[in-house]
Design a protein around this ligand. Sequence first.
Ligand code: KIV
Ligand code: NA
Length: 265
Amino acid sequence: IKRVTTSTIKEMKLRGEKISMLTGYDYSMARALDDAGLDIILVGDSAANVFAGYDTTLPITLDHMIYHASAVARAATRAMVLVDLPFGEYQGSVENAYHAGVRMMKESGAHALKLEGGIEIIDNIKKIIQAGIPVCGHLGLTPQAIYQFGDFGVRAKEEAEAEKLKSDALALQEAGCFAVVLEKIPSKLAEEVTKSLRIPTIGIGAGNACDGQVLVVNDMLGLTKDFKPKFLRQYLHLYEEITNAAAQYVADVKSADYPNEKEQY
Ligand code: KIV
Ligand code: NA
């Protein structure tokens, strides 16, 4: 099977074919997603939330992300494996960003990196791209900056922030990014940015005009309890299904129904 690459992704925008992306954090899930024909598996630092149970993405480390990304990379035969650089690894010096990026690529087997932010980190992004590593940008609600935002609400509703986002998007394109994620911004703004760029936009809570869409896989499978923002479409209700299955198992063990004659040696 032919691997989805950064060229494939850019050609999709030219052809008008939408790009599909979901997060993945482990081998079993990544295999199923790859089999489904997903274009990109994002090893998101949302692992900090849905895998590890933190309130924010700040605590997850480079080592944690390498562990998740290597598991996903072993599973994906067709999908591009894109991985987040975690908080604190790329916002400081160019050298630190470069070394974090190189370590991730060497040790995880992922194909590309995603970094949150625009002009503030443009030199660091350029250095990573110069090393031969494909980079995807991420603008709008960038969760690593949650303590500056104060909440997980929609970003860039005001003129000033919208203007900055537009110039950040152009700066990311000029720096050589192959795509940019737009998170939780007005759909009109996402449409404007999408039309202004040659590189694809991949939206989450950013409307239908984006060149692709991404969701956190645990959320779209209904595995994240009590989380249903407006933008989320739930394809399964796994939390209830798993709870019901586990409760049935408990009952079967307690009643000594499991294992039966066919289920023993
Ligand atoms: O970590 C993540 O899941 C993400 C997506 C929501 C874009 O960055
Ligand atoms: Na992320």
